[in-house]
Design a protein around this ligand. Sequence first.
Ligand SMILES: Nc1ncnc2c1ncn2[C@@H]1O[C@H](COP(=O)(O)OP(=O)(O)OP(=O)(O)O)[C@@H](O)[C@H]1O
Ligand SMILES: C[C@H](N)[C@H](N)CCCCCC(=O)O
Ligand SMILES: [Mg+2]
Length: 243
Amino acid sequence: MNLSKGYFVTGTDTEIGKTLVSAALLWKLNSLGIDCAGFKPVVAGTYAAQNGSRLNEDIESLRIASTSKAQRPLSADDLCPYILDAPIAPHLGAASQNIALDVKTILSAFKKLQQDFSTVIVEGVGGFLVPINDVNNMGDVAQSFDLPVILVVGMRLGCINHALLSCEAIVQRKLKLAGWVANSLNAPMPMLQENIDALKKRIPAPFLGLIPSLSQHLVKPQNAPYSIEALAFAAKHLNLELL
Ligand SMILES: Nc1ncnc2c1ncn2[C@@H]1O[C@H](COP(=O)(O)OP(=O)(O)OP(=O)(O)O)[C@@H](O)[C@H]1O
Ligand SMILES: C[C@H](N)[C@H](N)CCCCCC(=O)O
Ligand SMILES: [Mg+2]
């Protein structure tokens, strides 16, 4: 395994398992004794914690899977510079809160976290080209981080086209495509293996594994992070030797 100082995890769409894969990667790195933290450039969608504070599911999943350093527990703000309330496209959520999202602010928050951890796993927002403002998108954020990219493919009808478009965009930006993960979602698609084979033939990067559908007790509850058990289950299906 020739681990990079971090990975940028993107996906074929929103809600296809980027958080599951990112947090599972963190869990696996931790189990190998590698200190690591999760990062999210922007989140859109919060819920109220019991003490009234606003939390986000992705940040909480990444936070519980990050290495805990006794001297200073990670806060949500360490993992994400922009926490927006509405579960909508981030440039719209930001505009409705009069916030201007910018690449420089995101990059400096990422660099700050990178100082304290040898590996940072960044979970992108939605698909690879989701806008953050009128000029920039997540592809620009990925380029500014200059990390190898891992593509999560949500295995459902339409994913072949979405995956290949994403690969073209990643390669066109001269980013390294380090590998891709097939995630089965809540119901395995018909001809799952044939679809995976079609992707294997066409994606110019190693196949890191297939995460099966989570059984009922592992499915993420609403307004809560993934359980450690779910992350460990997903991690078992990822082959980091290929990175
Ligand atoms: N392998 C799986 N089996 C069953 N359900 C899954 C699986 N992977 C993801 N899900 C479900 O799909 C939903 C979306 O997953 P997740 O939050 O990881 O996606 P995401 O790509 O990170 O979404 P977002 O774009 O909002 O960040 C969750 O409710 C999760 O429980
Ligand atoms: C709120 C949601 N869960 C994501 N965090 C944001 C997804 C933005 C998708 C934008 C788009 O491609 O149309
Ligand atoms: Mg997510």
